[in-house]
Ligand binder design. Structure first.
Ligand code: NAI
Length: 464
């Protein structure tokens, strides 16, 4: 029986980062993972493969729509789907092997198999029981079933994000259930590859929780790109054969029912914590009504020596949130002061243009009754964005009316997912909009749009 200071269950971004930090802090560490490769959902069937397909399909879009404008003439490339999937798999392989290398470098034992916790201080993997002073549960999440609907996922015709990354061919028609992050990222991939994509969304706005102006602009841009939306519609059932599916939905405004056909149906109505087989019931770990493991502010469950981080606990299901918790939890176990600032966790949607946000939305500030000011700047006034045909979006900065402290930022535009971090740093330092406005930004960069939005919180943007 091997003995460890820490055993981490799950090698996704939460788990593998926790394991590395534990090892760096001098703790004898093992990580349990049942998949063939490390990296969890994110590296194997989530963030990373979807970014590869988004990149490839974006190149095709550029060739079809913008090359000729720039004087690049000739036939647009055609899609070799098998090769595109092979490229995606190669990207996955490079990244998962990278984690294996980091485990070896940090002397972390990979316990291969699915773990269970028979009692506090013990982790069972296959027939072997290992002892650990501390256990971190980082077992992640799985796709939720479509709520209130009769849908059976076969991962061939009716798929989750996992199946959508492995389709046998590019479909002619795809129905996406849910206009959240997964639906819109994967919908974008297939729309660019020539699929007719229709999104059916229960609410009246896409991307729930995002800034309202961003939601509206984003929907308009996606519609221009050929994606159609049925809003305010609850999917009732999906009937599938081996090659086709029929989706029935009910419009909320008048309860009328409609049926549409598709070659592929992508179910993207959220994810739920994955804790199957861990034995948490018997162990007595408290679980919330939403199925999440309950923890205190230092990721301790109610069972001494058992911690939980990432998608299995409360908060946004984001790889980087899990990573932060992984590092902080390791620090707590090592007797240091691990901390996560949940007010400054960016959210990014990797479509083209990208969408990114951090901090409060305008609606949240209104609901809180907080006096705020808005500085907004369109990418139309940004030379660099126009040069790459991406003047469609904007930066919206929210600051406290009295103190000028930055409270939130919402960006739709080129490289939004990178631009947002300037504001994350500003918020971590408690900066004012003026601090951002007085910082020299290189010209010509899209980051100037962030500065202009900050200037708009004061005496005004220059290029507006
Ligand atoms: P989501 O929660 O973002 O969106 C689900 C959508 O489905 C909602 O708009 C909801 O109103 C709608 N819906 C629910 N039931 C419905 C029904 N019966 N009929 C029609 N619409 C219905 O969930 P999603 O996109 O599946 O993502 C899951 C998680 O994965 C999220 O927490 C997300 O943040 C994370 N993720 C993050 C990514 C990123 O950061 N770029 C990429 C992919 C996933």
């Amino acid at each position: 029986m091997a003995q460890y200071d820490v055993i981490v269950i799950g090698a996704g971004p939460g788990g593998y980062v926790a394991a590395i930090r534990c090892a760096q802090l001098g703790l004898k560490t093992a990580c349990v993972e049942g998949r063939e490769t490390l990296g969890g959902t994110c590296l194997n069937v989530g963030c990373i493969p979807s970014k590869a397909l988004l990149h490839a399909s974006h190149q095709l879009h550029e060739a079809e729509h913008n090359f000729a404008k720039m004087g690049l003439k000739g036939k647009s490339p055609s899609v070799d789907w098998k090769q595109m999937l092979a490229y995606k798999d190669d990207v996955i392989g490079q990244n998962t092997k990278g984690i294996e290398f980091l485990f070896k470098k940090n002397k972390i034992d990979w316990l291969k198999g699915w773990g269970a916790i028979p009692e506090a201080g013990k982790v069972k993997v296959g027939d072997e029981v290992h002892e650990a002073k501390n256990i971190i549960i980082a077992s992640g999440s799985e796709a939720s079933p479509v709520p209130g609907a009769d849908v059976t996922v076969d991962e061939k015709v009716v798929v989750t994000s996992t199946g959508a990354l492995e389709l046998g061919k590019v479909p002619k028609k795809m129905i996406v259930i849910g206009a959240g992050v997964i639906g819109l990222e994967m919908g974008s991939v297939y729309a660019r590859l020539g699929t007719e994509v229709q999104v059916i969304e229960f609410l009246d706005a896409i991307t729930p929780g995002m800034d309202t102006e961003v939601q509206r602009q984003f929907k308009k841009i996606l519609e221009k790109q050929g994606i159609s939306f049925v809003m305010g519609a609850a999917v009732q059932k999906v009937e599938a054969t081996k090659t086709k599916a029929k989706v029935t939905y009910k419009l909320r405004k008048d309860d009328s029912e409609e049926t549409v056909d598709a070659d592929i149906v992508l179910c993207a109505t959220g994810r739920r914590p994955f804790v199957d087989g861990l034995g948490l019931d018997k162990l007595g770990v408290e679980i919330s009504e939403r199925g999440q493991i309950k923890t205190d502010t230092q990721w301790r469950t109610n069972v001494p020596g058992v911690y939980a981080i990432g998608d299995v606990i409360d908060g946004p299901m984001l790889a980087h949130k899990a990573e932060d918790e992984g590092m902080a939890c390791a620090e707590v176990i090592a007797g240091k002061h691990g901390h996560v600032n949940y007010g400054v966790i960016p959210g990014v949607i990797y479509t083209a243009p990208e969408v990114a946000s951090v901090g409060k939305t305008e609606q949240e500030l209104k609901d809180e009754g907080r006096a705020y000011k808005v500085g907004k700047f369109s990418f139309m006034g940004n030379a660099r964005a126009k040069a790459v045909f991406q003047g469609d979006g904007f930066v919206k900065l929210l600051a406290d009316k009295e103190t000028d402290r930055v409270l939130g930022c919402h960006i739709i535009g080129p490289g939004a997912g990178d631009l947002i971090h300037e504001i994350c740093v500003a918020m971590e330092f408690g900066a004012s909009a003026e601090d951002v406005a007085l910082t020299c930004h290189a010209h010509p960069t899209t980051s100037e749009a962030v500065r202009e939005a900050a200037l708009a919180c004061g005496d005004g943007a220059i290029h507006a």
